[in-house]
Design a protein around this ligand. Sequence first.
Ligand code: MF3
Ligand code: CO
Length: 263
Amino acid sequence: MIVYKTEAEIAAMAASGRIVGLILDELGDLVRPGVRTIDIDAHAERRTRELGAKPAFKDYRGYPASVCVSVNEEVIHGIPSDRALHEGDLVSLDFGVLYEGFYGDAARSFPVGRVTPLAERLIAIAEASFRSGIEAMIEGGRVSDISHAVQGRVEAEGFSVIRSFVGHGIGHALHEEPQVPNFGLPGRGPRLRRGLVLAVEPMIAAGDWDVEVLDDGWTAVTRDRSLAAHFEETVALTAAGPVILTRPDAPVPAPRAKEQAHA
Ligand code: MF3
Ligand code: CO
């Protein structure tokens, strides 16, 4: 069942999303050679609590940390440790919170110091493919229109989209229906309606799309060990089109007159 959100609920989700966006920006500022991945996690957890929120991932299905920190060939779900980042690494940070009953979820990839042109391009295309995806998030369309747009943008660069992990609906639960794959034919799946809130999250690889999970039970790596990148935002489909909620300055969509009358 898809849970469509009212404009008031989307405004509440923007409050959660702003916390995610703010903290993720701070985490990005910590990324440099020498920083340990647990230092990034510690900052995220401390700031989350300071802002009155709860880390969304900690203890989710037994996940042990507040942030997923995935380095180079690690695609997602890397577990923070005393591993230090090195010049030339590509690091993906995936972070979410629960605030006043609503989840926000976002991810970004960052270069550690100077990186190869390939790493720079992979990071840029992860974000660009997300943009292409939400440009297809139009009322009356279908969920797979997003999937198809993401895939097209990624494959046009000669990169591949990871197929065994998907984006998702989000709200009172971290993972709601529908699933949002990053590949597929357009015109399939649930209709895109006002009030739909999705975590759209392309995960892409410089090589093949096949992944395997390491012995820690979490870390997903590309099977060919090629470089991977991840970009995710929580996005609401409103009367004004798609609105990104996981930014420090996420707008509060104005309630419609009808809802105001009931307020
Ligand atoms: N952003 C990730 C997702 O949408 C959250 C990871 S969940 C956890 O699936 F298991 F790592 F906590
Ligand atoms: Co997600």
